[in-house]
Structures are given as structure tokens and as C-alpha cells.
Write a protein that binds this ligand. Structure first.
Ligand SMILES: [Zn+2]
Length: 133
């Protein structure tokens, strides 16, 4: 059996035209509860597995380690350590923004997350190194 390498994509069967694609993204049960608490109460909520001693932020419905259902919701502090950050001056289309946006990876206090959390810090020019410990 042999395979021919395709060098000219025009030889593939294809159709030229526009395709309408509308998407509705849902955050899921845990994500919705997390986002509503953040928006309406300004609180960071996480789920916790006592058996595995893991706090999930953003919250999850099931523990990655023991697959147990996570019903224990806790409020975590809004303090943490900036691990790294970047500032962007353009939008996704390369157009200049009215004001720069800074994104940072923050390890939230009391959450032994395996990965830092990504949060939008400031759109007002606040530099993360002023927030770093
Ligand atoms: Zn667990």
C-alpha cells in the first residue's frame, strides 16, 4: 500500500463559499455558578475535594483524582501571587485598543492549584508588578 503526498490542495474535494456558524457557549453548571458569584457578589468560589485535599479554581463538578462529585463550595481570597503577565495593545484583529489590557497568571492564595489561574487584571494601565509580592 502506498500513500501519495498531496502537494496541491486544489486537488482535494472542497466547496468554496460561506458557511454560517453560530455558537452558543455555555460555562457549564460549575462555571455558571462561579461566574455569577464573581459578577454579582465579587467573590471567587472554588470547589474542594476533602478526600484528595484539592481546591479547584475555577470550580469543577468532579474531582480529577478520585472522580468524586464536588459539592463543597468555598470562597477563596481575592489575593494571590502574580506568576507572569503580558500587556496587549491590540485586539484579536490587530486593531489598536483604546487602552492596553494586561493579562496575568495568578496563583490564588489557599488554592494549591496545579496550574496558575488566568485572570484579567486591569484595563486601566495598572501594572502587575505593582501588585506583585
Ligand atoms: Zn478527590
Amino acid at each position: 500500500m502506498s500513500y501519495d503526498r498531496i502537494r496541491d490542495p486544489r486537488g482535494l474535494k472542497h466547496q468554496i463559499g460561506d458557511m454560517e456558524a453560530d455558537y452558543i457557549y455555555t460555562a457549564g453548571l460549575a462555571g455558571e455558578k462561579f461566574l455569577l458569584a464573581l459578577r454579582d457578589e465579587g467573590k471567587l468560589h472554588a470547589t474542594r475535594c476533602e478526600k484528595c485535599d484539592i481546591t479547584y479554581l475555577p470550580p469543577r463538578m468532579y474531582c480529577d483524582q478520585c472522580f468524586g462529585s464536588l459539592d463543597n463550595w468555598i470562597e477563596v481570597p481575592k489575593t494571590g501571587t502574580v506568576q507572569t503577565f503580558t500587556t496587549t495593545y491590540e485586539d484579536m484583529n490587530g486593531e489598536p485598543l483604546d487602552a492596553p489590557i494586561t493579562l496575568a497568571f495568578i496563583k490564588i492564595d489557599s488554592t494549591p492549584s496545579l496550574a496558575p489561574q488566568a485572570l484579567l487584571i486591569a484595563a486601566d494601565g495598572t501594572r502587575p508588578h505593582h501588585l506583585m509580592r
